[in-house]
Design a protein around this ligand. Structure first.
Ligand code: NAG
Ligand code: NAG
Ligand code: NAG
Ligand code: NAG
Length: 440
């Protein structure tokens, strides 16, 4: 790992704590030494002195952790399907569709409203399922009669295929969240409309799932006009007030890591690997009281800390499918976003001129988003703080509501993992989504 990067990370308290405890260099992954291989530090970590502990705990792993989103949803009794959606630029996305069969048959004949859901950075469709039936947003929406289509953006666990490129080629990884918004989401919305014969859909996004929608809204009004309501949690467009030191440090190390990895063609960041899953499931479980606090510290340093909403038991379930991988360029685009504004990817003056016809990267025009929008933010969200969210809301052209969750400690990840997220956030959001259907 580059010396400069190492020096930077040394200032991170939890990094130091983890490093000394586990006998590794850093919690932030080093540049992989060989192409196409995931972060090797985590392999070493899993093999380290904790091998015994891992073996002891692994017998108790809940088999549900090994199921993919379709298998998991079927296990819970839902109708679930895997669809393959090909984007205009050749990526083959693995899309998960979830419906409640009981509700669907009651609706017999009447079409079910379609909702498309976009997941956060380094994550997947599984994030909307991890809380399980009666709590997870995708299941609650299915129970309320929605036909749920879960996006998996290019580069995550379920969307690693392409019509001509392989993940071993650098060209595969040449995308940022710009392509999530201009290609992936439009492809899914058009596909879902075609499959269901409907002309309108609703959209739900959390974190990067909102960035995806902001990009589509600004750049693809031809598709955005089919979205009748956009519900966003922890929305991220402007990031200049992001208070998370850990996220800033992680992002600032990206250019150095990418530069070092480039000659090897390594642009894949934190893919899901068996070692990574086993490590998360082992070190972050309730049965690992020594290391679990460090797992919690990592999430708290990224998104904020809210002890009374934190369900520690959930951690191994989360970490069995997240992180799910992304490209360095996505992270680099977020790094560029730590300054005021919401800009397209900055390629440097010469390439900017060729691509954009100007020296600097142009802004996304948030005023060009006319989709009816409801945004929810956390007062204690270190990534999508009130200042940035309110600035975004002020620019959008059709904001129906832009409000804080009624808990001063509400953090970023509380929107998907909090004990009370169903009562405090989802119930109201779903009621408003249903109202949008009946008024249509
Ligand atoms: C589906 O909806 C029905 C009726 O609301 C509910 O009783 C059931 O628990 C839901 N879940 C599944 C998996 O069917
Ligand atoms: C994608 O690639 C994986 C692994 O090679 C394969 O199992 C899967 O069937 C492929 N899916 C599509 C849609 O091509
Ligand atoms: C915490 O998560 C576990 C695992 O999903 C779940 O069984 C339990 O009900 C959750 N507890 C609360 C209070 O949400
Ligand atoms: C942004 O979009 C709005 C609404 O479509 C338009 O009036 C305005 O001219 C656009 N601004 C720029 C800089 O393109």
């Amino acid at each position: 790992m580059a010396v400069a990067v190492k020096a930077l990370l040394a200032s991170l308290l939890l990094d130091a704590a983890l490093a000394s405890l586990l006998g590794i260099d850093s919690i932030i992954p080093a540049v992989p030494a060989v192409p196409t291989v995931g972060p090797e530090w985590i392999v070493d970590l899993a093999k380290a002195p904790l091998t015994g502990l891992k073996a002891a705990v692994s017998r108790d792993f809940d088999p549900l952790m090994d199921l993919d989103p379709v298998e998991l949803s079927r296990y819970w009794g839902y109708d679930a399907e895997l669809h393959h959606v090909t984007t205009d630029d050749g990526y083959i996305l693995g899309i998960h569709r979830v419906r409640n069969a009981t509700v669907a048959s009651e609706a017999s004949g009447a079409t079910q409203p379609v909702v498309v859901m976009g997941h956060p950075l380094l994550s997947s469709s599984a994030e909307y399922l991890v809380l399980g039936p009666g709590k997870a947003l995708a299941y609650l929406l299915a129970d309320e009669g929605f036909d749920v289509w879960l996006l998996n953006v290019r580069g995550n666990t379920y969307s690693l295929n392409h019509t001509t490129l392989s993940t071993k080629e650098a060209a595969f990884w040449d995308f940022s969240f710009h392509e999530h918004g201009t290609q992936d989401l439009p492809a899914l919305i058009q596909y879902a409309m075609q499959e269901t014969g409907q002309q309108e859909v609703q959209y739900v996004g959390f974190s990067m799932g909102t960035t995806t929608m902001f990009v589509m809204g600004a750049e693809r009004p031809d598709v955005a006009k089919h979205v009748k309501l956009y519900t966003g949690f922890g929305p991220v467009a402007e990031g200049s007030h992001a208070r998370s030191a850990a996220f800033r440090l992680l992002l600032q190390s990206i250019p150095a890591q990418k530069l070092a990895g480039a000659p090897l063609g390594v642009y894949w960041f934190l893919p899901s690997t068996p070692e990574l899953r086993a490590t998360g499931q082992t070190l972050c479980a309730d049965s690992a009281p020594l290391t679990q606090p460090l797992c919690l510290a990592i999430f708290a340093s990224l998104g904020g800390r809210n002890d009374k909403q934190t369900n520690t038991t959930l951690l191994p379930y989360i970490l069995s499918r997240t992180p799910a991988g992304t490209s360095f360029k996505v992270l680099d685009h977020y790094r560029q976003g730590l300054v005021p504004g919401f800009h397209k990817y900055d390629y440097g003056t010469i390439q900017n001129l060729a691509r954009y016809g100007q020296l600097t990267a142009p802004s996304y025009n948030l005023s060009n988003i006319f989709v009816p929008t409801r945004l929810y933010y956390g007062p204690n969200d270190l990534l999508a703080g009130p200042q940035d969210v309110l600035s975004t809301c002020a620019q959008l052209s059709n904001v129906l509501s832009c409000e804080a969750v009624d808990d001063p400690e509400w953090t970023h990840f509380d929107f998907v993992w909090a004990k009370q997220v169903p009562e405090l956030v989802y119930s109201q959001a779903i009621a408003r989504m249903k109202a949008a259907e009946s008024s249509a």
